[in-house]
Ligand binder design. Structure first.
Ligand code: PGA
Length: 258
């Protein structure tokens, strides 16, 4: 499977962390350094910090996005944020179907697919997260679970829009736990994901990055990124430290381009 046309992407999911002051400090640190060439980088602060991201990162090569989006266009949906609002704040990306949304807020595969579709309709690139729980892994259900999560998106999204989607394999048991699959185990799931996408469209799979996420850190990044079908990372905890996030970015560039 060719990976030549895929631009590697490193995404930093800040989750519900930080303050206005700490967000500014982190954004300024990222904005002031020389970034590795040929990879894309993006950060995902909480909604209240998106304006700061827009103001500070505007002239840089780092994009920004939100951690979720409402499935509805607009209207009486208290507490929700629409795709058009995110586009208005210059977001290029949005994370959809993160396991914390699926687990704690009951998002179904169908809901995630609808969020993916509304994001695309507003010109946002959705980063769609898939992954199995520990129990599912131990029962040998990884492909089954990931396959169903993926199928919902592949069924809903038209083939020409699919080329703008990014996927992230995030084993739920690896998120925030310090545990990771072996690089080969992760690679195997990435290959499975790409096979599923290729069944829908062979050309899309050659352009669509499939990221790895779950306790990705400076200490394990190179090993994972050395795998040919791991096209980048979705980093949680380690993205809150500018030095570590940049270290991971440099490792990604090094692994993919030498
Ligand atoms: P983690 O989170 O890197 O802190 O494990 C990853 C994620 O949830 O995207």
């Amino acid at each position: 499977m060719s990976i030549i046309m895929i631009t590697p992407l490193l995404a930093g999911n800040w989750k519900m962390n930080g303050s206005r002051a700490s967000a500014e400090s982190l954004l300024l640190q990222l904005a002031q350094v020389k970034l590795p060439d040929a990879i894309e980088m993006a950060v995902f602060p909480s909604y209240p910090f998106l304006l700061q991201a827009q103001q500070i990162l505007n002239q840089t090569a780092i994009a920004w996005g939100a951690q979720d989006v409402c499935v509805e266009e607009k209207g009486a949906f208290t507490g929700e944020v629409s795709a058009s609002m995110l586009a208005d704040f210059g977001c290029r990306f949005v994370i959809v179907g993160h396991s914390e949304r699926r687990q704690f807020y009951g998002e179904s595969n169908e809901c995630v697919a609808c969020k993916c579709q509304i994001a695309l309709a507003h010109g946002l690139t959705p980063i769609v997260c898939v992954g199995e729980t520990l129990d599912e892994k131990e029962r040998g259900l990884t492909q089954n679970v990931v396959g169903r999560q993926l199928a919902a998106v592949l069924t809903k999204v038209a083939t020409d829009a699919l080329v703008k989607v990014v996927l992230a394999y995030e084993p739920v048991w690896a998120i925030g736990t310090g545990l990771t699959p072996s690089a080969q185990e992760a690679e195997n799931v990435h290959v499975f994901i790409k096979q599923q996408v290729a069944e829908k469209n062979r050309l899309v799979v050659e352009k669509m990055p499939v990221l790895y996420g779950g306790s990705l850190k400076a200490t394990n990044a190179s090993e994972l990124f050395a795998m040919p079908n791991i096209d980048g990372g979705l980093v949680g905890g380690a993205s809150l430290d500018a030095h570590e996030f940049l270290d991971i970015a440099r490792q990604l560039a090094q692994c993919k381009f030498g």
